[in-house]
Design a protein around this ligand. Structure first.
Ligand code: ATP
Length: 217
């Protein structure tokens, strides 16, 4: 299996270097939490991972969610699996969803407690509901590596845990940008801290306490 590696990557916005050069290997089967203060470069690092690892089966749940507001929850989630169907099937689904697709998507919505909104337009949902739809879409997408940017930031404690559990169950390997230190320590096997454009901390969870992460903020 091809290794999930970044080697000496950099990210520049105009003349400004915001990240790197940095190198990072992610072990398959691991759940990695990316932590660091706002603006540290977590989203930028996830984008670099997505660029390089997309051909290896990486899927991205972006911070802005990328939902289509006019489409129903069902159709937004269905879009995660577009590539698994023919163009004709996809076009017909827009008009009248197939029973088999509904049967696949409903349980995912149920897991995230959003199935009662299945036929509601995504634009009519709350921020936390929209985040759960984006989570359902990336779960339905399937893949080898989940790259998720603050996937539970709009959710309260129990729901945040439910969504993170569903996401990490759905993918063998995950990299999750998170600002909630307790959740990061609960869900990750390994915590990578970003500061000053580089990796300031890289430790297995069982060697860390919340206070160790607070030094990054
Ligand atoms: N499109 C852009 N143009 C210019 N600078 C950008 C752009 N996107 C991000 N940056 C800068 O790059 C740096 C890293 O941003 P990034 O979004 O990766 O941080 P982050 O750790 O994900 O932040 P947050 O936790 O607030 O989402 C920041 O200083 C930001 O101002």
């Amino acid at each position: 299996m091809t290794a999930l590696s970044l080697t000496d990557v950099v990210a520049d916005y105009g003349d400004l270097r915001v990240l790197g050069p940095l190198s990072l290997d992610v072990v398959r089967g691991q759940t990695v939490a990316l932590v660091g203060k706002s603006g540290a470069g977590k989203s930028t690092l996830l984008s670099l991972m997505y660029q390089q690892w997309r051909p290896l089966g990486a899927a991205l749940m972006p911070q802005d969610l990328g939902l289509v507001p006019a489409l129903s929850v069902f159709h937004n989630v269905y879009m995660g699996g577009l590539k698994r169907h023919s163009t004709t099937h996809n076009l017909l689904s827009l008009l009248r969803p197939f029973k088999r697709d509904i049967e696949q998507i409903r349980p995912v919505l149920k897991t995230l407690d959003i199935d009662h909104k299945c036929w509601t337009a995504a634009g009519e949902l709350s921020g936390g509901q929209r985040q759960r739809v984006a989570a359902a879409r990336v779960i339905h997408q399937k893949g080898e590596v989940l790259l998720a940017d603050e996937p539970a930031s709009a959710l309260d404690g129990p729901m945040a845990e439910r969504v993170l559990a569903a996401l990490t169950d759905a993918y063998p390997t995950s990299v999750l940008a998170m600002h909630d230190v307790e959740l990061a320590l609960h869900f990750a096997d390994r915590v990578v801290g970003i500061a000053d454009g580089g990796i300031a901390l890289d430790e297995p969870r069982d060697r860390l306490q919340a206070s160790d992460l607070l030094t990054l903020y």
